[in-house]
Write a protein that binds this ligand. Structure first.
Ligand SMILES: Cc1ncc(COP(=O)(O)OP(=O)(O)O)c(N)n1
Ligand SMILES: Cc1nc(C(=O)O)sc1CCOP(=O)(O)O
Ligand SMILES: [Mg+2]
Length: 604
C-alpha cells in the first residue's frame, strides 16, 4: 500500500486505502479459492449465475462470461471483461447470501449501486436529480444523500438551504451501512463540516470507488460551496478519490487560481491536481474559449488522454458536469475500468445533449437536458420489459396459408389473437416476398405495441432488425443463435427450437432467452417434423436452463396434458392451427386461454 504524507502528516486517505487494501486482499483470497475449484467449475459458476440473470440487469463481468462462451466478445458494445468485478460481485453475492430471509424465495442478484452525495436542484437539471436520472439511464441503482436543498431554475439559483452535517452523516450511515454501495459520487458539498463527515463515513464504510465532482460554482455563476472548502478538498477528499472531474474554473480554484486558457494549460492542471492525491483526473474543457470540440484531458498518473466530443449547439447544458460524473460512477459500478468509464460517460453526455438540444424548459439561458432519451425510446417500443418468461403462456404463431383459407388479414388475426389472450406473437411467413413481409411486420408491430404484447419474427433476423421487432425465433437450420445475438444485441428476445437437451444447452450458451420444444404431438402445419412426445418434452424441460414453450399439435384438447407435466421451466404452449385455422380467432384463443388458466389455477 502506498502511504501518502501530505503537508507533513499522514492523511486520512491512508486509512481509507488501508481498508481498500484489506478488501483487495479479500478479493485475492477469493480468486485463489476460485482457482482451486478450477477454471472449469468457475466458468460454470459464472455461466449458471448469468443464466439466472438476464443480460440487461446482471453484473457485466458475469454477463460477459456468457458472451465469452459464445465467442462473441468483441462484438458486444460497451461490455468489458473485468475479472476484478467478477470477484467483487461474487463477494457481494456471498454477502447477500448471508442476509436474513425476507420471507420470500428469490434468487440473489447484485445490482450495481451508486450513492450520490450532492445537493438537490429544484429544477431537476443538475444535482441529485441529474445523478438519479443518469444512473437510471445507464441501468444502475442510485441512492441519495442530500447535502443542501437549492431553489433553482433555468435562470439561476434563488436560494440555498444547507442540511446540517449531523444529518448528512445520518443519511450516509443509513445507506452505506445497509445497501451494498459500489461507488460513491460527490457533487455539492457546501461546507467543510460536510466534507469531513463524508470522509469519516467513507473510512467507516469503504466502497470500491469514489468519484469527486468538485462543484463550487453553478453554471449560472452562483456560489455553491464556500471558498474555504478548497483546503479540505485538497487535503482530505481528493486523496481519497479515484477520479476528480473539475471544469476549468474548478481546476483553477483547486490550483490556487492559476489561469487555464489552453489545452496545454489543461494538461498541466491535470498533472498538478493528480499530485494532490486522486488516482485519476479529468479536466473538462467545455468552457475553453475558441475550441471547436469539447476537449477533456484525462490523466491517470502516467498517461494523458485527450478526449474529444463534438460541441453540441444548445443552451440546454445545465447539469452536464453532474451527469458526466454520475455516468462515470455508474460505469465503474457496473465493473468498467476508469478510462472506458470516462469515455462512455462523455459519449452519454454528448448524445443526451444532441438528443435534447431543441427542447424548451424554462425561460432562462441554461435549460436542462433529457437524460432519459434512451429510456423513453425503450418504453415507447415496449422493450423496457425485454423478456418475461410468463409471456410464453399463450404463444400465437401466425400462418399465411391459414389466413388465406379463411379470408383473414394478418393484422386482423394478430389483433384477434391478442384480444383472445395471446401473450406473445410470432410472425411465421414462409413464402412472402421480403418487401411484403417487411410491410406486414411493421403493421403487426404497431398493433402489438398498442397492446403491449411482444412481437417476434420467425427465421428472418434481417426483418426483425429492419422493423425493430422485439426479437426472433430461430430453428436449428436457421442462423445460429450466437450470431443472431450479436446482430440483435443484448436487449432483443431470441427463441430457439430445440428437440434435445444438448440443443437446449447450446441455446443457453448462445445467449437465447427461451426455447421452443416440439413437436410434442404430430402436426400438419410443419412438414416432416419429428414428434418427440410428452416424454421428449419432459426430458428437454428438465435439462433446460431456459424457459420452455411447447409446440406442435397442441390445442384445447391436449394443452392440459402438456402443462400438467408440471416441470417449472415449461411456461406455456405455442400454437398455430388451434388459433389460426379457425373462423373466429378470438374465440379459439379465448378457449385455449381458459384451458391454460384452468391448469395453472388447479392445484396438483
Ligand atoms: C415457439 C416456436 N417454437 C418452434 C418453432 C419452429 O422453428 P423452426 O424449427 O425454425 O421451424 P420453422 O418455424 O422456421 O418452420 C417456432 N417457429 N416457434
Ligand atoms: C412451427 C412449428 N415448429 C414445430 C417444432 O416442433 O419445432 S411444430 C410447428 C408447427 C406447430 O403448428 P400447430 O400448432 O398447428 O401444430
Ligand atoms: Mg425456422
Amino acid at each position: 500500500m502506498k502511504e501518502r504524507n501530505i503537508g507533513g502528516y499522514v492523511k486520512a486517505s491512508t486509512v481509507h486505502r488501508e481498508e481498500r487494501g484489506k478488501k483487495e486482499e479479500g478479493r485475492k483470497k477469493l480468486t485463489l479459492f476460485m482457482g482451486c475449484l478450477g477454471t472449469i467449475s468457475y466458468t460454470f459458476f459464472l455461466l449458471s449465475y448469468s443464466s439466472r440473470n438476464p443480460i440487461r440487469s446482471g453484473p457485466e463481468g458475469f454477463q460477459f462470461s456468457r458472451a465469452l462462451k459464445s465467442s462473441s466478445r468483441s462484438m458486444y458494445r460497451g461490455l468489458s471483461l473485468r475479472t476484478s468485478m467478477g470477484e467483487e460481485t461474487a463477494a457481494s453475492m456471498a454477502r447477500q447470501d448471508e442476509r436474513p430471509s425476507r420471507g420470500i424465495e428469490c434468487s440473489v442478484r447484485k445490482v450495481p449501486h451508486v450513492l450520490t452525495v450532492a445537493g438537490s436542484d429544484s429544477g431537476a437539471g443538475a444535482g441529485i436529480q441529474a445523478d438519479l436520472k443518469a444512473c437510471g439511464a445507464l441501468g444502475v441503482y442510485c441512492s441519495t444523500v442530500i447535502t443542501a436543498v437549492t431553489a433553482q431554475n433555468t435562470v439561476g439559483v434563488q436560494g440555498v438551504h444547507h442540511v446540517p452535517e449531523e444529518f448528512v452523516g445520518e443519511q450516509l450511515k443509513s445507506v452505506l451501512s445497509d445497501m451494498h454501495v459500489d461507488v460513491v459520487k460527490t457533487g455539492m458539498l457546501p461546507t467543510i463540516e460536510v466534507v469531513n463527515v463524508l470522509c469519516q463515513k467513507l473510512k467507516e464504510f469503504p466502497v470500491q470507488a469514489l468519484v469527486v465532482d468538485p462543484v463550487m460554482v453553478s453554471t449560472s455563476g452562483d456560489v455553491l460551496a464556500a471558498p474555504s472548502i478548497l483546503s479540505v478538498f485538497r487535503e482530505e477528499l481528493l486523496p481519497m478519490a479515484d477520479i476528480v472531474t473539475p471544469n476549468l474554473k474548478e481546476a483553477s480554484a483547486l490550483l490556487g487560481g492559476v489561469q487555464l486558457e489552453t489545452v496545454s494549460d489543461m494538461y498541466s492542471a491535470a498533472k498538478s491536481i493528480q499530485s494532490l492525491g486522486p488516482r485519476n483526473v479529468l479536466v473538462k474543457g467545455g468552457d475553453l474559449p475558441a475550441s471547436k470540440d469539447a476537449v477533456d484531458i484525462f490523466f491517470d498518473g502516467e498517461h494523458f488522454h485527450e478526449l474529444r466530443a463534438s460541441r453540441i449547439k444548445t443552451c440546454n447544458t445545465h447539469g452536464t458536469g453532474c451527469t458526466l460524473a454520475s455516468c462515470i460512477a455508474a460505469e465503474l459500478a457496473k465493473g468498467s475500468s476508469m478510462l472506458p468509464a470516462v469515455k462512455v460517460a462523455k459519449r452519454f453526455v454528448e448524445v443526451a445533449l444532441d438528443y435534447s438540444k431543441d427542447i424548451i424548459i424554462g425561460n432562462g439561458f441554461q435549460g436542462p437536458f433529457d437524460h432519459l432519451f434512451k429510456l423513453s425510446r425503450v418504453c415507447n417500443s415496449c422493450k423496457g420489459q425485454r423478456f418475461k418468461p410468463s409471456d410464453l403462456f399463450l404463444y400465437a404463431v401466425t400462418d399465411s396459408g391459414m389466413n388465406k383459407k379463411w379470408g383473414h388479414s394478418i393484422t386482423d388475426v394478430v389483433k384477434a389473437a391478442i384480444e383472445g389472450g395471446a401473450t406473445i406473437v410470432q410472425l411465421r411467413e414462409k413464402v412472402a416476398e421480403t418487401r411484403d413481409f417487411f410491410k406486414t411486420a411493421e403493421e403487426c408491430l404497431e398493433m402489438c405495441r398498442s397492446y403491449g404484447v411482444p412481437l417476434l419474427i420467425n427465421d428472418r433476423v434481417d426483418v426483425a432488425l429492419a422493423i425493430d421487432a422485439d426479437g426472433v425465433h430461430i430453428g436449428q437450420s436457421d442462423m445460429p443463435a450466437r450470431v443472431a445475438r450479436i446482430l440483435l444485441g443484448p436487449e432483443k428476445i431470441i427463441g430457439v427450437s430445440c428437440k434435445t437437451p444438448e440443443q437446449a444447452e447450446q441455446a443457453w450458451l448462445d445467449g437465447a432467452d427461451y426455447i421452443g420444444c416440439g413437436g410434442v404431438f404430430p402436426t400438419t402445419t410443419k412438414e416432416n417434423n419429428l414428434t418427440i412426445g410428452l416424454e421428449g418434452l419432459k426430458t428437454v424441460c428438465l435439462a433446460s436452463k431456459l424457459p420452455v414453450v411447447a409446440i406442435g399439435g397442441i390445442g384445447v384438447g391436449n394443452a392440459h396434458s402438456v402443462m400438467k407435466i408440471g416441470i417449472p421451466s415449461l411456461k406455456g404452449v405455442a400454437v398455430v392451427s388451434a388459433l389460426f385455422d379457425r373462423e373466429c380467432v378470438t374465440t379459439a384463443t379465448k378457449m385455449l386461454h381458459s384451458v391454460l388458466m384452468d391448469v395453472v389455477s388447479t392445484p396438483n
